[in-house]
Design a protein around this ligand. Structure first.
Ligand code: KG4
Ligand code: ZN
Length: 355
């Protein structure tokens, strides 16, 4: 079962072919970062135009690198949401056309669910080994658009435990890096600057969930995140002490700020582990590429005696292998009517009934 996956929810134009849910035959990603860099963030209009320009070439590459021709594809999978409407639309239109033209089923995939599925992809392109993760699993999802804690029973069966009530962790890093003039995307820039810095030089506020948030979505406030206060604190600190932006000091500011973001993530993880029993623990999303976070997650898992699985580096940031993989997995989304599908920019993660 060869599935062609398409992912255009934000600023990565991606296509991949995955066989039987886990054998990654190709994984092609065109990052638009350079085009958005001058603006300090993703410009939706620019992103969708680039998807239109680049997607045909990336699709071709994905099929060729998989060593297949178009007729050897058994199905198409595409990200339906959440994401930028105009970007999603480019991927969905291409997927609909291909499904109709090739007469193949079309699977509409939830982007967050695809990130969760990246845990089950093998860590090397030549390997088909899917890591054995015992259920129930606690998964921390940390990207530029989402920060959440999810209980993952098996593919298709999720419980949304908590989420950020304002900025996502990646967004907090991106906005922080902007204030520190470190450039975009902020996560890798802060990681690099923080490498030689001292995280204890500055003290930033840790999570405070405001009373007004306490009933948000009926979620457990202990398992929710909030990063907007942290970002504001950085803003005022830098206004009060502009000398911190000087070269010699910046590494300490970056290290202290990054540590405050990760402390907040790990505080929520600890609480979730105290509240319910889990057999394993995972982390997915772009921020999971950070080596300092990976080391701290390893330490937490060891202390709790839990098996830890971190999404392989290539599948942390947006990619289409996680989309094609999920569509081909047992418990993945069933095919949908191509003509009736539309993008869902605010799509939420929902469990599918067990059939
Ligand atoms: O998963 P992703 O590619 O896109 C979304 O679905 O949002 O995540 C992008 C986010 C950005 O905020 C970026 O700054 C962050 O992941 N990121 C990192 C690192 N690499 C990417 N954050 C911390 N350390 C990194 N090495
Ligand atoms: Zn993503």
């Amino acid at each position: 079962m060869n599935i062609l996956g398409i992912e255009t929810s934000c600023d990565e134009t991606a296509a991949a072919v995955v066989a039987d849910g886990s054998r990654v035959l190709s994984n092609c990603v065109y990052s638009q970062i350079q085009s958005h860099q001058p603006y300090g963030g993703v410009v939706p209009e620019l992103a969708s135009r680039q998807h239109v320009e680049v997607l045909p070439r990336i699709l071709d590459q994905a099929v060729t690198q998989a060593g297949l021709d178009w007729t050897a594809l058994d199905a198409i999978a595409v990200t339906q949401g959440p994401g930028l409407a105009s970007s999603l639309l480019v991927g969905l239109s291409a997927a609909q056309s291909l499904a109709l033209r090739l007469r193949r089923p079309l699977h509409a995939v939830n982007h967050v669910e695809a990130h969760l599925y990246s845990l089950f992809l093998p860590d090397s392109p030549t390997s088909t080994r899917v890591p054995a993760l015992e259920a129930p699993r606690l998964v921390l999802m940390v990207s530029g658009g989402h920060t959440a804690l999810v209980r993952l029973e098996h593919v298709g069966r999720y419980q949304w435990l908590g989420q950020s009530l304002d900025d996502a962790a990646g967004e907090a890093l991106d906005k922080g890096a902007n204030l520190m003039h470190l450039g975009y995307p902020g996560g890798p820039a802060i990681e690099q600057a923080a490498e030689s810095g001292d995280p204890e030089i500055l003290s930033f506020p840790r999570i405070s969930i405001r009373a007004s948030y306490r009933t948000a979505g009926g979620l457990d406030p202990d398992l929710c995140f909030s990063f907007s206060g942290l970002k504001t604190s950085l803003l005022y600190t830098l206004r009060r002490r502009p000398e911190l932006l000087e070269n010699g000091n910046l590494k300490d500011v970056a290290a202290s700020y990054q540590e405050a973001v990760f402390d907040a993530l790990l505080d929520r993880v600890e609480r979730a582990l105290d509240k319910a029993p889990y057999r394993s623990f995972g982390c997915v999303g772009g921020v999971a590429r950070n080596q300092r976070l990976r080391a701290r997650l390893e330490e937490t898992a060891r202390r709790h005696g839990l098996a830890l699985h971190l999404a392989p580096m290539a599948y942390c940031t947006d990619n289409a292998a996680m989309v094609a993989g999920l569509a081909g997995a047992a418990g993945g989304p069933p095919p949908a009517d191509p003509a009736a599908l539309d993008v869902e920019p605010a799509l939420r993660l929902a469990s599918r009934p067990i059939s």
